[in-house]
Design a protein around this ligand. Sequence first.
Ligand code: FE2
Length: 285
Amino acid sequence: MNSSASTRELQRIIEAAATSDGAGVKLRRSLGAQPGLRVDPFLMLDEFSSANTDDYVAGFPAHPHRGFETVTYLIDGHMLHEDHLGNRGDLRSGGVQWMTAGRGIVHSEMPQQEQGRMRGFQLWINLPAREKMKPAGYRDIQPDEIPVVELPGGGHAKIIAGTFDPKVVGPVHGLTTEPTYFDVSLPPGAAFSHPVAAGHNAFVYPFEGSVSIGGRELRAHGAGVLGAGDAVEVLAGSEGARFLLLAGRPLGEPVAQYGPFVMNTRDEIEQAIRDYQSGELTRVA
Ligand code: FE2
């Protein structure tokens, strides 16, 4: 049996670009850095990492969303989330906030620290047309709810979403896009391999060290989009590596995006803007 026959190749690299968002938080954006630069169903991936307070302290004051999900994974730091529905949650090192904007949310994400490192990711995952107008919802996932698996080749993986094996399932499951979201740490030269459903799109985002996939190097701060296959094999470089593995079922639907609104058509975007301006977007049914 040749298991490598269906191993996914590294197809293209989306280097992260320096940008800022919210009230001036400095970040690196790979997916979403340019219109159309997506890996269906993933719309955007932002990495923020700084020990300089000025880079993050202004945070993300109140802003709207409609039509997709935002996932904030905080590796180091402390943020407070509040939304128009009255939800309020502390996000601390190692925790995740999984927010389904659905028909509409207005929320803020503000740092609760004035010094020290703030590091983490925000990922946007699209919703299918029939779920874009469902009620908003969110979950605060505490660090101890996220399984940590020791890997046979060394290192470990945190299973935020998806299935590592039948006994280890992340706290987020049951979504239409069936997301896999792992945070994998490998010592120098260690290999990580894992099945990825053949119909899913997948990418690897190293944020410490570097990896190679099928002999091709992928350095930190670039999204390595994988080709077809049913497994991924990642080899850590000489300094070891820490990377995100993200995979999901593509929706194959048209995407119309305007800032924080992601719908299927231009008309739906215009409706979202009107609904935000009129207060309909945040009307509690
Ligand atoms: Fe947001």
